[in-house]
Design a protein around this ligand. Structure first.
Ligand SMILES: Cc1ncc(COP(=O)(O)O)c(C=O)c1O
Length: 421
């Protein structure tokens, strides 16, 4: 009997024994190329010596202090780093949490508090999109337009997602009009924020809106005194080849959630970033953010995350994300000609999505298993206009993958495709 619960109760999961760079080794000594960075997380690969050394040093100095009793130099330095990386130094303040889901929950609470403390207590509704994933707790799942993850809990969730997905080639006019219609129907005086992933990950196989999408959607929000929350949990901190996904649109948000590439798999940490304009009414009002967790601002996690971000800079990994991302994308597009089952290849940097023909039911699951058998990890994703088709994969290796390893990834994928097509 297994005492440790994993998602599929009847599956016998292999145990991982060790990991190095872009490879994981299982209990039988078999090696896997981590083509998904776990859950799009291990940005600087596994067992990076600089990160391990920073963790060792920090563990010998200070591991934990409770956030309402002490601050720490480590949390301060990481928040300053995030500020310096943010577009136009817009994200002046950071609240640390432990997972992407918690960062979204905190973003929602900060938006609610912002209006409450400005004397607008009715602004409590959120607008989000179908084909989106924002996290697994009831609040974050309420925002998520992900039918497969909502279905068991639907009756306990709020019905926030209202906007349709940005499908391939959609004009922004359509989405801007939809946002305006929603605001008219609900009333701007009742809406706190619009929430969106810059590039839709698990719920959309790297769906990427048009170049004018975010500037125009944000302008509509601003005109109606509605905050814009960017869920950069997957896109943030280098995954798309820029520090923030919204940088591709030369746009910034009022509140931002980051996670995944922050701790890079070395330590649990995520964060909610906000502009000074968002924090100001709260600071001048009750002066208290009503959120947080026992482990918020954990010094060991903060020191680890800071070293991860320094490694991305020192080793010029954004450049590598762009170079290897372009190479992988071009090769995946070439595969589309060879395998008609591939319908779309999209994404930016090393956040790449491959969507398959939805008529080929079960293809995605079989392909992921075949890749696993061939020693390649890829991440499942959903497609289709409502996000119900389990027909996509994300190809998202660590930022420091090299050209030879990209070729190995492609070879293993082609081999697995050839066996499944
Ligand atoms: C865009 C996005 N937001 C939020 C989350 C939730 O993050 P976590 O699993 O760390 O709670 C995820 C996780 O996949 C995500 O992709």
């Amino acid at each position: 009997m297994a005492h440790n619960i994993q998602p599929l109760l009847n599956k016998a999961y292999l145990k991982a024994k060790s990991a190095q760079g872009v490879y994981i080794t299982d209990e039988n000594g078999k090696s896997y190329l981590d083509g998904s960075s776990g859950a799009v997380t291990c940005s600087v690969g596994h067992s990076h010596p600089k990160v391990l050394e920073a963790m060792r040093q920090q563990a010998g100095r200070l591991q934990f202090v409770y956030r309402s009793q002490f601050g720490s130099e480590e949390a301060e330095r990481l928040a300053t780093k995030l500020f310096s990386l943010s577009p136009g130094q817009a994200y002046a303040h950071t609240f640390f949490v432990n997972s992407g889901t918690e960062a979204i929950e905190t973003a929602m609470k900060i938006a609610l508090q912002y209006f409450l403390e400005r004397g607008q207590p009715k602004k409590t509704q959120f607008i989000s999109r179908w084909k989106s994933y924002h996290g697994i707790t009831m609040g974050a799942l309420s925002l998520s337009g992900h039918p497969l993850r909502r279905q068991r809990f639907e009756s306990s969730l709020q019905k926030f997602p209202g906007l349709s997905a940005n499908l391939e080639g959609d004009p922004t006019d359509k989405h801007e009009q939809e946002l305006r219609d929603h605001i008219r129907r609900i009333g701007a005086e009742n809406i706190a924020a619009f929430v969106a992933e810059p590039i839709v990950g698990a719920a959309g196989t790297a769906l990427t809106p048009a170049p004018d999408y975010y500037p125009r959607m944000k302008a509509v929000c601003r005109d109606h005194d509605i905050l814009f929350i960017a869920d950069e949990v997957m896109t943030g901190l280098g995954r798309t080849g820029k520090w923030f996904g919204l940088d591709h649109w030369k746009e910034s948000a009022d509140i931002v959630a980051v996670g995944k590439s922050l701790g890079a798999g070395y330590a649990p940490i995520a964060a909610t970033l906000m502009t000074d304009a968002v924090l100001e009414p709260i600071r001048k009002g009750t002066g208290l953010i009503m959120s947080g967790h026992t482990y918020s601002g954990h010094p060991l996690s903060c020191a680890t995350a800071l070293r991860v971000l320094e490694v991305v800079e020192e080793e010029h990994l954004l450049q590598n994300v762009n170079d290897q991302g372009d190479y992988l994308k071009a090769n995946l597009q070439a595969l589309q000609r060879r395998f008609p089952v591939i319908r779309h290849v999209r994404g930016k940097g090393l956040l790449l999505g491959v969507e398959f023909d939805p008529a080929q039911k079960g293809f995605q699951a079989k392909l992921i298993d075949r890749c696993f058998d061939n020693g390649l990890l890829v991440y499942p994703s959903v497609g289709g206009p409502e996000g119900k088709d389990e027909n996509g994969i994300l190809v998202t290796p660590p930022f420091n993958i090299n050209r030879g390893q990209c070729d190995e990834l492609l070879e293993k994928l082609v081999d697995s495709m050839a066996n499944e097509s």
